[in-house]
Unconditional design. Sequence first.
Length: 246
Amino acid sequence: MPLDTAPSTPPGLPPGCAWREFADGAAQADALAQIVAQDLRAALAVRETASLIVAGGKSPAPFFQSLSRAELDWARVRVSLADERWVPVGAPDTNEELVRGNLLRNAAVAAELVPLLTPAADASDALPERTEALRALARPFDVVVLGMGEDGHFASLFPGAEGLADALRADAAPALVAMTPPAALHRRISMNLAALLDARHIYLSIQGTGKRAALERALRDNRPLELPVAALLKQTRTPVNVFWSR
């Protein structure tokens, strides 16, 4: 459940953005799953299909597991990823395997996954084909759920990566981009900021005091090349709903 005390919204959060905080990750995951399921049901009430974009990493697993039990017409939901490590298809550390093992189960086993990873030698080689594949998802995306690192990255838009400035342009054409994070082991494929903003609802899920401090620095300093999440939070196209737990 949310904290009993009044939420301490970080200074500088733009108008229209929402802030919710929770005592622990389990409560946060369940609350986020409930609101995402609600958004998907609302989308399915007026459209033939609904689209859900999710991030990877380790922290989304409890949210995925909770969402997988939601009662809705999952056969009409198409799921894809905000980004992916460029490793062999089926490798255990891919975001795709995280989604398959934690979200596409229980009631959500009927959902259709549109992956980003292919057998192509390099992420850049897969951009045209995966861009075409993503046309199967309803646009604007109904829901985008992102995470953030303590370095302020989201999706695979890392500080110091070549091409970051272009990838963070809110007025660019929505696209997939190939990125090489300076301190990461693998090359990545990622949606650019413009693609992620092509959404009806955006949620940013973060945990811990370190990530909150990074978010507060991003809001205060507004230097996207140093803390890329600043570009996500400070844009005015699609408000971001932040879910934070201690």
